[in-house]
Design a protein around this ligand. Structure first.
Ligand code: HEM
Length: 484
């Protein structure tokens, strides 16, 4: 028997959803936390374009829990270590994801792990967990290294590339091959440009709030659905091929096709499609942003690059990391750079939820059915937790310093029962891409480049990341750098 998924959202037409939100807000039996609750399109636009200063301002003025009216509804923000722990761990069962203000993602991902709750979430996660065990991740390392190595041939010294687009293309290929055992050079995969289709589909979430409620042939919603249906074609045909041929491998698709929960329930084709789409999305978008932000910061911190190269020269035979080194995170300089990148730029920057029952946190009440968000991006910029938060300082994550961080302070992968299931794979992939780039070349920024950040659905450099490819630098002594 197939696992029983959640019913469709009661009302998915955008205008009625908004009316329902307003009704729920009016039915509140306890007050919202303090904040800015008058309707304001200017605030909504500011939030859409540059949310971080607004959230940090809210924390300064109102404390760790406050309300901002964004577009039509009140949204409660909970920031800081205690708030993060409350939402993701100690009171996680009082929050749903599916009815959060990110519910539009269901339009692309359906009912995959990210957007489901409760028992269905627990059972689906149990089926998928074996694919993310350490030995499975270790086994996928060669496929990751292989993909990265061939992509690196495109990085010719003297050229300027868009590192964001290059990484996105690579990460989609890695996800196809390493996670799903699909050949990205196979006939069907070659007939579509999956990275471009994702770019097109995700553009919906970056469009203005007001355009997101539109439906109709040329709306952003219709464009997203069109891109999704092309990706569906690829996914469904691979499901059908595997079912017909019985072909299986050590990949997640095989696990989804044959997996079952403790009562023997299996996943049907639509549920498998939703999980594959979710993993393809979550598995490439976040790693792409992480690699981009990491090299943006490295280009501005030559001393850090020098330390990374010294570590490579000392520990990597022939310049390339082994699978075991990539899985273990034993290259400590690289690890600190990765952790500091994820502090300053956690790609999945917001944890969208909706409260089931009313609750009280730090002296303020939050009504039942309120939209509630935890936010790693803002929490990682609280100066009382991370001094001089705007500075990129990998040494914050030296083992003794990291051990001092309070519980819930550092949450780039979320927490509790919804902790990122792909964390180990994502870390391995970023380590592989970063190590192999560093072993081949140096990337620098054009003089006139200014980073602007797009925030939906994950944070990433707006309009890509131009980088100039140069020869690799050897750290022959701490103070002198030489081209090799
Ligand atoms: C640097 C890389 C990554 C980062 C920073 C990241 C971050 C996150 C965060 C913060 C969450 C929790 C969201 C919430 O609380 O609402 C999450 C969930 C999730 N991530 Fe990742 N992720 C990364 C890579 C990946 C990869 C590679 C995959 C798949 C192969 C993946 C699949 C998922 C899935 C399926 C969930 C939902 C888990 C659940 O609700 O049970 N992620 N991720």
């Amino acid at each position: 028997m197939a696992l029983v998924g959640p019913p469709p959202l009661i009302n998915s037409a955008p205008l009625s959803v908004m009316l329902e939100d307003l009704r729920a807000e009016r039915a509140a039996t306890v007050p919202y936390p303090p904040g800015e609750t008058r309707v304001s399109m200017a605030r909504t636009r500011r939030f859409a374009n540059d949310p971080l200063p607004m959230l940090l301002g809210g924390y300064e003025r109102f404390g760790p829990v406050f309300t901002l009216r964004i577009f039509h509804s009140n949204v409660v923000f909970m920031l800081g270590p205690a708030a993060n722990h409350y939402v993701t761990v100690s009171h996680a069962s009082n929050f749903t994801w599916r009815e959060s203000h990110f519910r539009d993602l269901i339009g692309l991902m359906g009912d995959g792990l990210l957007t489901i709750d409760g028992d269905f979430h627990r059972r689906s996660r149990l089926i998928m967990l074996p694919a993310f065990h350490r030995e499975r991740i270790l086994a996928s390392a060669d496929a990751v290294i292989g993909e990265v190595t061939s992509a690196l041939d495109e990085l010719e010294p003297g050229t300027t590339i868009d590192l964001y687009a290059w990484t996105r293309h690579l990460a989609v290929r890695v996800a196809m091959r390493a996670l799903f055992g699909v050949d990205p050079d196979g006939e069907q995969a070659r007939s579509i440009d999956a990275a471009a289709l994702f770019e097109e589909a995700l553009a919906f979430y970056a469009s203005e709030y007001i355009f997101r409620v539109l439906r109709g042939p040329y709306s952003p919603w219709a464009r997203m659905q069109k891109a999704a249906s092309k990706l569906d074609g690829l996914i469904y045909s691979e499901i059908a091929r595997r079912r017909t041929t019985g072909e299986r491998g050590p990949d997640i698709l095989s696990l989804l096709l044959d997996g079952h929960d403790e009562d023997g329930n299996t996943l049907n084709d639509v549920q498998i499609r939703d999980e594959v789409m979710t993993l393809l999305f979550a598995g490439h978008d976040t790693t792409t942003s992480t690699v981009s932000f990491m090299f943006y910061e490295l280009a501005r911190h030559p001393r850090v690059v020098e330390r990374l190269i010294a570590e490579q020269d000392a520990q990597l035979a022939g310049g390339a990391p082994t699978a075991a080194q990539l899985v273990s995170g034993e290259l400590t300089e690289l690890e600190m750079v990765l952790e500091e990148t994820l502090r300053k730029y956690p790609p999945a920057w917001i944890g969208p939820r909706r409260a089931v029952d009313a609750f009280e946190f730090e002296g303020h009440t939050v009504p039942a059915r309120a939209f509630v968000n935890y936010c790693s991006w803002a929490s990682h910029h609280l100066a009382d937790v991370f001094p001089q938060p705007e500075e990129f300082r990998p040494e914050r994550f030296a083992p003794e310093a990291a051990a001092e961080l309070p519980k819930g302070a550092y949450i780039p992968f979320g927490g509790g029962s919804r902790t990122c299931i792909g964390m180990r794979f994502g870390q391995l992939e970023v380590r592989a891409i970063a190590s192999l780039i560093l072993s081949r070349c140096t990337l620098s920024l054009p003089d006139d480049y200014t980073l602007r950040i797009r925030q939906m659905p994950t944070i990433s450099p707006k309009s890509g990341l131009p980088m100039i490819v140069g020869p690799r630098i050897a750290a022959s002594s701490p103070s002198s750098l030489q081209a090799v």
